[in-house]
Design a protein around this ligand. Structure first.
Ligand code: SAH
Length: 491
């Protein structure tokens, strides 16, 4: 199995910098032992103008078969002869991916201490894999790599035998990729897509493969047009894992689009307030309305579901009546910002003891969310696709079941009053829907009836006589009868 990575350069930015980025010196040939054989890295050419690093993996087919034994299904074919005569030693496949993690670990992670800024920059790259097993042929190779920023994607079928062209093509292609990409991105794409094209994983898929896939897919897999095929093949078509990965990718996509965008309308100053007063941004008014409702409900232990970057958590922390505050969000990035905003690392023990930040998807039930006084869903529901909403409804109202639930969401009728918002547009490109007052009342009423809550509505922001307030809030309260049965059951 053989893969080359080339780049070009100038005297000021020599191509041999590739050696730093790969953490492998161009003057040395290096050998690594991997779990399936020996990997070698060497540089067929290394000048300021052009530099090529080659990764050669020599697989020990016998060791491979031995390792494969007793592991259920795997790439090592079952027939006795095929165990010893298989293409693994010659073809680029998942074994090459595994070798890449051993040999190019730092480069895959985009880490380069010697040249941190170059690791973050796109380079002119050329990648070549002379014999790549590709189920789905050249056509699939194009579909997989073309959306990823490569300017040239060449996949040429390798004939079975050059002397006998009438035998037709083998299942191998010669792959050439060219484009300006960050080295880490290119390597992570190969790490995932080589085994996807091979479509014969050599080991049993463990549940942590989903994590590995999401890590390697960061920045390019969420939103890839062939995301489903990639995910399903990578996880050896195990449907449960594939679905889990697809769901998480969807959330990553949501969270990324959310993080990248400024909620411009939301933060816009509300023009209609009294000019004497300092105008208050809508986001702040929303937090005030939430705090007021939580105090009125007498809540002390509060869940902030979809807490984002932690603004509400911060406000809750300032009021000592809130003794326990749990922020949950699917976006690790948002949670990192939240932890920084709260200065969690420098907080005294007692303050820190009041806060928990957790990563979690609200469309899954979670035992740890049971037993709280109140839950807040501030500007969250509209980020879910409507068909996923019942899952969130069940997780919050059916499973976690806090006494009070506050849900805020934009009132779409008010959008005509935002000067900066073109007609017919939602307020944020990631909003899957925005409801009229009637639609929100409808949904809330049904939820309350299904789960034993009563519901009241509170306008947030200046209420327009025609179109209502910019934000609508529903305050759900568990009916006493329900609470009593719950207590009776617990007793
Ligand atoms: N509550 C905050 C943030 C709202 S933005 C505020 O009022 O300002 C919506 C947030 O919901 C984002 O941080 C997003 O990552 C999170 N989110 C969206 N869908 C989610 C899901 N299914 N599970 C958990 N969090 C989700």
């Amino acid at each position: 199995m053989f893969l080359t990575i080339s780049t070009t350069g100038t005297p000021e930015r020599p191509a041999t910098d590739l050696g730093y980025l790969l953490h492998k010196h161009p003057d040395k040939a290096q050998t690594f032992s991997t779990s399936h054989g020996t990997a070698q890295v060497f540089y067929p050419e290394a000048s300021a103008e052009r530099c090529t690093a080659a990764l050669l993996l020599e697989v020990d087919p016998v060791a491979l078969v031995r390792r494969g034994k007793g592991k259920g299904r795997g790439g090592a074919p079952d027939a006795a002869l095929a165990q010893y005569v298989n293409d693994r030693p010659y073809a680029a496949s998942s074994l090459l991916s595994v070798a890449m993690t051993t040999v190019f670990k730092s480069a895959l992670n985009g880490v380069c201490r010697a040249m941190p800024e170059r690791a973050g920059e796109p380079l002119p790259l050329r990648i070549e894999v002379p014999a790549l097993p590709a189920r789905g042929g050249a056509e699939l190779v194009h579909k997989l790599f073309a959306p990823l920023g490569w300017t040239r994607v060449d996949a040429v079928a390798v004939p079975l035998d050059e002397q006998f062209p009438e035998w037709g093509d083998s299942r191998y292609v010669r792959l050439v990729l060219e484009g300006e990409l960050r080295l880490a991105d290119a390597l992570r794409q190969l790490y995932v897509l080589l085994p996807v094209l091979d479509d014969a994983k050599h080991y049993w898929v463990a549940p942590d493969e989903v994590d590995k896939l999401l890590r390697a897919g960061e920045g390019w897999l969420a939103g890839h047009p062939e995301q489903k095929l990639i995910t399903s093949r990578y996880l050896s078509r195990r449907w449960g894992l594939t679905r889990q990965a697809m769901e998480r990718l969807e959330l990553v996509r949501l969270a990324e689009s959310d993080d990248l965008e400024v909620e411009s309308v939301d933060n816009a100053v509300d023009e209609t307030t009294d000019t004497e007063e300092k105008p208050v941004p809508l986001a702040e008014r929303r937090r005030e309305a939430i705090l007021e409702a939580l105090r009125a409900a007498g809540a002390a232990r509060v869940l902030d579901l979809g807490c984002g970057q932690g603004q509400l958590v911060q406000a809750l922390l300032k009021d000592v009546r809130f003794t326990e505050i749990v922020g949950v969000d699917v976006s690790m990035r948002a949670l990192t910002v939240a932890a920084r905003r709260l200065k969690l690392d420098r907080m005294g023990e007692r303050q820190a003891g009041r806060i928990t930040l957790r990563q979690g998807a609200l469309t899954y039930t979670d035992k740890q969310l049971k037993g709280y006084d109140a839950a807040v869903l501030s500007e969250v529901v509209e980020h879910l696709d409507l068909p996923r909403l019942p899952a969130l409804e069940y997780a919050v109202f059916g499973s976690a079941r806090p006494r009070t639930v506050l849900v805020t969401t934009p009132n779409v009728e008010y959008n005509v009053r935002w000067e900066t918002l073109p007609a017919g547009h939602v307020r944020h490109s990631d909003h899957r829907f925005e409801w009229t007052r009637e639609e929100f009342r409808d949904w809330s009423g049904q939820v309350a009836a299904r789960h034993g809550y009563t519901v009241e509505f509170v306008p947030v922001g200046p209420e327009d006589p025609e179109v209502g307030p910019p934000t609508q809030m529903a305050v759900f309260t568990m009916t006493t009868a329900q609470e009593t049965t719950k207590e009776a059951k617990a007793a």
